[in-house]
Design a protein around this ligand. Structure first.
Ligand code: FAD
Length: 342
């Protein structure tokens, strides 16, 4: 049986950055991806400033730099224009290809069309045929993580994200966020501008609001906003925010597999990158939790508390949304919110 020091299952942002960090060591690393293409994931493709700082993406991977944002409640809105982009949008396949390229000419062995079908104590099985041994295993295999299931870690907290990818001709568009009790309940609606298309979507935790109801309300909202979805592609996928730790003996979880996303916004790329790097550092011998990881955990906790507060507010959510927009029209408050979220 072939053996590796580390096997990483899944080549999304978390697995790829973990592999890149480990590529600088002497360890024998294998990265397994079940698909033929890297990064083909349902996503609005919004990458915040802090995520960008970790990746240092070249301009040709960035689709749209967002300088202009607008937040709407039912009756009001607040606009902002910043000298630096608050968020950039990327095509997930381009991000995947770029991250994959960082592993060229390194010692990391990357195999695509390699689905992990079984996990054992010190080995795993690929495509139901080949058994490969590991010393450390990293589960970077997203929401339906086989590694998480092997560890028997429950998954209760999740969001369902739904969106339409709508073809548009507009350039220099704003990123728009919609706080709308009637249509998006405790969560929000988004329009992320890309090249020649917009990702228009929303999310909810199905424990509090069924995905069916969210979809119906979303359709009403699209009609109300006169957004033409006749040529749009409909997409839907779950996002896990059920974080229970990264380290489980010689097995680690990162990204969505670890439940690293935000339960309020569904943002998960940045958290995946931080946890991917964190686990690589643990494998390389670091014992303590990094400041970046502590900040992410705190940020996610605050966002989950905000989500729960919005749920508890019930019908009061409408007036609270109006108040948030009024506050956002205050320069200092707006600057703090922009900094917090980006
Ligand atoms: C509608 C929607 C919109 C979103 N918008 C945003 C956004 O704008 N910004 C943001 O930051 N986040 C967003 N997210 C969340 C973001 O997409 C995820 O948090 C992020 O992709 C998680 O990265 P990951 O590397 O952990 O997992 P993934 O990106 O899911 O990658 C997991 C990889 O593992 C592979 N894999 C799975 N099982 C196996 C197996 N058995 N064997 C081998 N390979 C396997 C998969 O093929 C995949 O390539 C959105 C999510 C949704 C659903």
């Amino acid at each position: 049986m072939e053996k590796f020091d580390i096997i990483i299952v899944g080549a999304g942002p978390a697995g790829l950055i973990c592999a890149e960090k480990l590529s600088k060591s002497e360890l024998k690393v294998l990265l397994l991806e079940k698909e033929d293409v890297f990064g083909d994931k349902v996503c609005a493709g919004g990458l915040t400033r802090k995520g960008l700082a970790l990746l240092e993406l070249p301009d040709d991977v960035i689709e749209h730099k967002v300088y202009k944002t607008a937040v709407y409640s039912r009756k009001r809105h607040s606009q902002a224009e910043t000298p630096d982009p608050v968020v950039v949008t990327i095509d997930r396949k381009n991000l995947g290809a770029w991250q994959r390229k960082q592993l060229d000419n390194t010692s990391v062995e990357v195999r695509k069309n390699a689905r992990v079908t079984e996990i054992r104590k010190e080995s795993l099985v690929v495509n139901e045929r080949e058994e490969i041994g590991y010393r450390f295993l990293v589960g970077a295999d997203g929401y339906s993580s086989l590694v998480r299931r092997y560890l028997d870690i429950p998954l209760e907290k999740k969001l369902i994200g739904i969106q339409y990818v709508v073809p548009v001709n507009a350039h220099g568009q704003r990123l728009e966020i919609f706080l709308d009790r009637k249509h998006f309940h405790a969560w929000y609606g988004w329009i992320f501008p890309h090249q020649g298309k917009n990702a228009v979507g929303c999310c909810c935790d199905p424990r509090y609001l069924s995905a069916k109801k969210l979809k119906e309300d979303f359709q009403h909202w699209l009609k109300e906003k006169d957004i033409d979805i006749s040529k749009a592609e409909y997409q839907s996928a779950p996002i896990s925010y059920d974080y229970r730790g990264l380290r489980f003996g010689n097995i680690f979880l990162v990204g969505d597999a670890a439940g690293m996303a935000s339960g309020l916004t569904g943002e998960g790329i940045y958290q995946s990158l931080v946890s991917g790097l964190e686990v690589a550092e643990y494998i390389l011998g670091r014992k303590e939790v990094s400041d970046a990881m502590k900040t992410v955990i705190r940020y996610n906790r605050i966002q989950e508390k905000m989500m729960k507060l919005f749920i508890r507010l019930g019908r009061l959510r409408g007036p609270v949304h109006e108040m948030i927009i009024m506050l956002l029209n205050n320069k200092k408050f707006k600057a703090r919110v922009n900094k917090g979220f980006s």
